[in-house]
Structure formats: structure tokens, C-alpha cells
Design a protein. Sequence first.
Length: 241
Amino acid sequence: MDVISIYRHARISPYKAREVTREIQGLPVSQALDIVAFTPKKAAFLVGKTLKSAIANAENNHDLMADTLVVKECVVGDGPRFRRFKARARGSAAPIKRRTSHIRIILTDETGEEVPKAKKPAPKKAAAKPAPAKTEAAAPKAEKKQVAAPAPEAASDSAGANLGLVYDKAPDNVDDLKRISGVGPALEEKLHNFGIYTYEQVAAWEAEQVSAFDDLLSFKGRIERDEWIRQANELITERDA
């Protein structure tokens, strides 16, 4: 499924915006956000806003997982131009063009891998009779692979982590977690399922809890990137003031 987000009339020239958009096209969402966050350009900030809007649309409107999304298309089109003039010598005026852009980002959860076409079997020759001996020799290798398959299950069983303070039931005072930037209705529901209802719980997270919830929410780096802990502390101060 494709998810679209458009930033219209962005106050930047298309040439400058395309320097950033061509770097994130075709990348997973997590890598695209890292590139945008550490690119010291105005275009990176505007593209980052559009990218976060597309991620929110995918999570809240289409129930898609953010870690499965890929930047399918990132296009910058020309917007209207503002005509300005600057005074020059001998009473003349020099034109100034204030360019704007339309930034469009399309995310998809499809891998886009082409299925290889089945090749027609080659005609067998009369001299190819000892072929059954090769299949019998290849059989023990398949059995060895089946024996080694249960190894990943042990790793998933040992993936338990300390989630900090969690509630089995909703407390009397439940905070609006959607006020934290990057948390939408769908993500708030997931946090409630894991027992997170208040700002104090988020503010008390340490590195272990951040890593655990990154895995549970299936989007590594989101909590640190959007600074959930800092926002939770600010919301606590604002609420108690």
C-alpha cells in the first residue's frame, strides 16, 4: 500500500530541496530519518517534516508498521514564484525571484522485488542416467539444515527486557500521550497495551527501557530521535504548573 504526504508552497527552491530528497529515495524510513536529522540544511528540516507526516498517515490511517515502510518516491516540484524587486543604479530595479516548492513523499510497505521467471527445464540427454545418485547425496544436507533451524527460537525466547513501571489496568489519572511529538492514536493504543499511561512512566525510562520499547514498537531510534523523555518532563512541568 502506498501512503502519500505533500508539503505545498515550501519556502525553498526546488534545486536546494532536491539535494536532500535524492539522498533518501529508496531507503527504509529509519535510515531516511537519520539522514534528514543529521543534514545541516533547511531543506532537510522541511523534508523531515513531510516524511514524519507520511509516517503518521501510514500508522494512524492505514495501520501500517513504520519499520516495514520504504521511501518509494520523493519528488520536488516547482511552486509559484514571488516577484520582488531591488533598487539599482540610475533609478532602475533588479528582479528577485522567491521560489517555492511542492515536496511529495510516497511510502510503501512493498519490497518491490521482482519474482524471477521460471526457466523451462532443459531437455535431458540420454547419457544423463546417473542423476539419481546426485539427489541421494544431496538429501543429507537438507536434513542438516532442518536440524539447525530451531536456533532462532531460543534467541526470541531470551528477548525479555525490563519495561520499568507498567500498569496492569488503566490508572485513575491517564495522560494524553498523543501530546508527545511522534505519538499518534495508533501508537498510543500500543503503549496502553504495554501498560504505559502517564508521562511519569515515559520520563522514568532509562537506556534499557528505551531499547526494549524500540523493539516492541518495531521502530528503532524513534524514542531518542523524537526526544520522548524530554517532552514527557516538559509536559509534567506544564501539567503541574
